[in-house]
Design a binder for this molecule. Structure first.
Ligand code: SAM
Length: 452
């Protein structure tokens, strides 16, 4: 039985793709290796969103080649995912020891490719062509939770690709145009997961709020995405629904209203803003203004005052002036995010922004990044402190990864809480009193004891 080790870089969609490929391989008779050294096959699932992510995966592969070709000359080495899609054959031209390159529409064929390589029927494989229907092929789950128990939470991929064409972003070329699965197909997958013990489902897509736009007409003013939320919400035994990542343009009144109407839809939203300057937002091709974005946050907070709001911000987009940057700083002050991913702008292959004049020098980007991150962290710390002394509801996922003696649960607004408990608490929805807020944005709680 050949064994496979998959290392994943990048976003939750990549994590999900890796899980589906691993589940597919297990179903086809492969074993999952505990580490790369012992594996017959090592696959790197790559990210292309920033140059740093690409360089990390290439460095890792060079490292594997150095070790593998000495100790394990028969080991199969492959790239999969976004960088595999965007670079294709060029990866093998650069690193001739690489055997396999699997693009983003070919994950479901991984076992077939490995069978051929292992049997010696083919020498090298580069599979990056588009394939109709591939968005419906990311379905299998391993559901490996901690301590050998099934997972309490699961991710479900509802669509592939992106049509927004933000001028900085490589995703439309690595993931292709938007293609959605059908609502019954997604609901069937969610039902099966709930049957296997899953309590919380996160719906995934590059822009989830654009789900099914061309396939499903509005029904009573509700978009296809809200219709999907309604259908998933109806699944008996499911406790919570999340989604990521949306686009601000998807926050119509139907979605805001869904937060008030659907109790299983948790009060949490990660809404990428990218910049606080309307001038930059326009050049980025984001399709909203600062005012519209802040208006969405206001509406969401009106419906769910405790909502946890997080975002993505890019600093140093070409032409960003100090004045533009100050607008991003002031947006952070006004929005009061619980947390934010602050990215340094990275020019990407074949994107319009990479060819724009006025690229910002690295030292300016570094300095703005540090300034914004400090502000985001200060606000985030205040947002966390507010939980101390409060009661929260958590879904217990299992032992804490850092400290196995403690159990870990997540609040509805997405915060991690550690508490003294044991395995009988797994998969339970519990109330905890928050007693303190530790470093690295972790809350500590005690179970609420009912005396009546
Ligand atoms: N769906 C999200 C949206 O609404 O834009 C995009 C998800 S993207 C894979 C994750 C984040 O990476 C983006 O929100 C953006 O902040 C960041 N990102 C994308 N391209 C980038 C680039 N060229 N340089 C720096 N950060 C980038």
């Amino acid at each position: 039985m050949p064994s496979v080790f998959i290392k994943t870089y990048g976003c939750q969609m990549n994590e999900r793709d890796s899980e589906a490929v691993a589940a597919q391989l297990v179903a086809k008779g492969y074993a999952l290796a505990p580490n790369e050294a012992s594996a017959d096959v090592v696959l790197l699932n790559t990210c292309s969103v920033r140059d740093f992510a690409e360089q990390k995966a290439i460095g890792k592969m060079e490292n594997l080649i150095g070790i593998s070709r000495k100790n394990r000359p028969d080991q199969i080495l492959g790239f999969m995912g976004c960088m595999a899609q965007s670079r294709g054959q060029a990866l093998i031209d650069k690193l001739p020891d690489v055997d396999l390159v699997i693009g983003t529409q070919k994950f479901h064929r991984t076992a077939e490719y490995l069978d051929d390589l292992l049997a010696g029927r083919r020498d090298k494989i580069v599979a990056t062509e588009a394939e109709a229907g591939s968005q419906g092929a990311i379905k299998e789950h391993l559901l490996a939770g901690s301590a050998g128990k099934g997972a309490v939470t699961a991710f479900v991929s509802i669509m592939q690709g992106c049509n927004q064409h933000c001028t900085f972003c490589i995703v439309p070329s690595t993931r292709g145009a938007e293609r959605s699965r059908t609502i019954p197909d997604i609901v069937a997958e969610c039902r099966e997961l709930v049957g296997r013990g899953v309590k919380e489902i996160t719906l995934l897509g590059q822009i989830v709020t654009s789900f099914g736009k061309r396939d499903y007409p509005l029904v009573e003013g509700r978009s296809a995405f809200v219709q999907l939320l309604d259908a998933v919400h109806d699944i008996e035994g499911l406790e919570r629904v999340r989604f990521t990542s949306p686009h601000p343009k998807g926050y119509g009144d139907d979605l805001v209203e869904a937060y008030g109407r659907l109790p299983k839809l948790v009060e949490s939203a990660h809404i990428p803003v990218q910049s606080g300057s309307d001038r930059i937002l326009k050049i980025m091709h984001r399709g909203y203004t600062r005012e519209r974005f802040l208006g969405i946050l206001q509406k969401l907070r009106a419906v769910r005052p405790d909502i946890g709001l997080t975002t993505d911000i890019i600093v140093g987009f070409p032409g960003e002036t100090e004045e533009d940057f100050q607008l991003t700083m002031s947006l952070a002050d006004e929005a009061r995010f619980d947390n934010a991913y602050v990215f340094k702008y990275s020019p990407r292959k074949d994107t319009p922004a990479a060819a724009m004049p006025d690229q910002i020098p690295d030292e300016v980007i570094e300095e703005r990044h540090a300034r914004l991150l400090t502000r985001i962290n200060e606000i985030g710390a205040q947002r966390y402190e507010r939980f101390v002394g409060q009661q929260v509801e958590v879904l217990v996922e299992g032992p804490s990864k850092k400290n196995e003696a403690r159990m870990m649960g997540r609040t509805r607004c997405g915060k991690i809480v550690l508490f003294d408990g044991d395995d009988r608490h797994r998969a339970q929805v519990m109330r905890l009193n928050i007693v303190r807020c530790g470093a690295s944005f972790t809350l500590y709680g005690d179970p609420v004891i009912h005396l009546d």
